[in-house]
Design a protein around this ligand. Sequence first.
Ligand SMILES: [Zn+2]
Ligand SMILES: [Zn+2]
Ligand SMILES: [Zn+2]
Length: 263
Amino acid sequence: MKININQYILIILLLISGISTQNFESNISCSICNNIIKDKEYYVDAWGNPFHMYHKRTGIFCECCSRIISEKITNGGYKLDDGRYICTLCDVSVVKSEKEIENSLNRVLDILKDNNISNLNREELKINLINRNSMSEQYKFHEVEHLKGLTKVIPSEKEIFNIFILNNLPKIQFEAILAHELLHVWLFKKNINLSKPIMEGFCNLGSYLIYKLDDTKFSRIHLLSLENESTNSNVTEYKILKSIMDTKGFNYVTKNIGTIDIE
Ligand SMILES: [Zn+2]
Ligand SMILES: [Zn+2]
Ligand SMILES: [Zn+2]
């Protein structure tokens, strides 16, 4: 069964049980239509914005932050050519220009360097922003689970790592995905071969470092989704590696990742 990610984020909030609907008086207003919510049950999005249950089918959620897109909450939003919706709040920091890519890349390289990931050279990295349709095409013969980033080594230009990242992502999300991809490059250059689940779990620690450092609500929601099996298919490996990192440090994980026993 395929369930939309937003459906997982929706939490049903039960109001004080036992009070009948007729006598019930609430002053909570709906984030979508602005009317007072008089129903006994309603939904809240990942940010705590309440809305009528009947909006669930038609409600539009931001692909990046999972907020309901409405005038009241996000000051609207827009639809991208590949069908994704982005809210105005996320749009503010969307990475678009070469300069913005460059700044983010330098920042992520610095953060990784602080964590002993130091064999990555700016010159060997080529970052390409592409839409979701092109990303699906790039993935053709690979798994199609989380189509947000991909790193390729082109046989004819072995020194260049082509990193593809979904376009129109807010800066922090872009940097978190970039950190994940850069750890793939690091593993490749170190000649460390891991099983796919361990490799993905390890590379997600890169995203963790970025989100943890940012420590905003946006980042905390993304950290939660890394720990959720419906949004992260390698959640077991990620959690084991993260707990090793929590007790022994990220350095320990990078030094031992080739031999770490995950059972
Ligand atoms: Zn409503
Ligand atoms: Zn958003
Ligand atoms: Zn990966």
